[in-house]
Design a binder for this molecule. Sequence first.
Ligand SMILES: NC(=O)c1ccc[n+]([C@@H]2O[C@H](COP(=O)([O-])OP(=O)(O)OC[C@H]3O[C@@H](n4cnc5c(N)ncnc54)[C@H](OP(=O)(O)O)[C@@H]3O)[C@@H](O)[C@H]2O)c1
Length: 240
Amino acid sequence: MTPNTKKIVVIGGTSGMGYAVAERAAKDGAHVVVASRDQERVDAAASRLPGTSEGRRIDVTDEASIAAFFAGLGEFDHLVHTAGDTLLLKGIEELTSAEARAAFEVRYWGAFLAVRHALPGIRPGGSIVLTSGVAATRPLPGSPIPASTTGAIESLTRALALDLAPRGIRVNAVRPGVVRTELWDGLVPEPETFFRSQGSALPAGRVGRPEDAAAAYLFLLDNPFATGTVLTLDGGGSIV
Ligand SMILES: NC(=O)c1ccc[n+]([C@@H]2O[C@H](COP(=O)([O-])OP(=O)(O)OC[C@H]3O[C@@H](n4cnc5c(N)ncnc54)[C@H](OP(=O)(O)O)[C@@H]3O)[C@@H](O)[C@H]2O)c1
């Protein structure tokens, strides 16, 4: 990233890809605000980051929490949204309506409402980077919900890129394949075995690292010609 004094807000920045974005941006001289639900995780992440970075609590399933977060933040340049809860991997007949609807709370409505409340604070020339996933275009069997939440984020990205262009704000998304993060703990029985088997099927020969993903987010955030872009970063998974 261009070394600068820009202010970057990373919701979901206490873990995984979001933390990697925060760490790289902070090393490059940005003032980073990492945010998530758990105050201990917020404090731990903020204390590991270099420079002037800070941590704040937000729960993107609670609009009052989102409003309070942005009201206390002042102006900033870029918003990155990587907040996500566990993946709901069930077929349409196994899902209850309640859990199917709830799966949109963090990933879709969380991003939507975060953008809405963030907008008054984003300086012209700034940008927003949301998070999709390869399920949007290459769903695995039994993933109607991940396919739908990621697809919805990609459509939202394109619509907002148009709507926010007159304000000088760019909107993009990263579409990651499997990335080695805490997301997979508890979701697959043996994450290391899962990463090895997924990685060996990819042209890249391995799954993604959080720092690979961070480079994609920061590319979109930095590049003044990138807007309405969904950047696939999947180790070549979409060509095999
Ligand atoms: N890793 C992959 O292979 C992969 C692939 C494709 C797409 N994705 C998507 O990319 C996003 C990030 O993934 P990751 O692997 O970096 O996940 P991760 O390591 O599990 O991090 C998720 C982050 O979201 C925060 N969070 C969860 N619920 C929240 C809420 N209600 N409000 C605010 N923050 C919340 C968590 O912190 P707290 O628990 O403290 O709130 C944490 O900081 C997710 O949406 C995921 O589905 C991941």
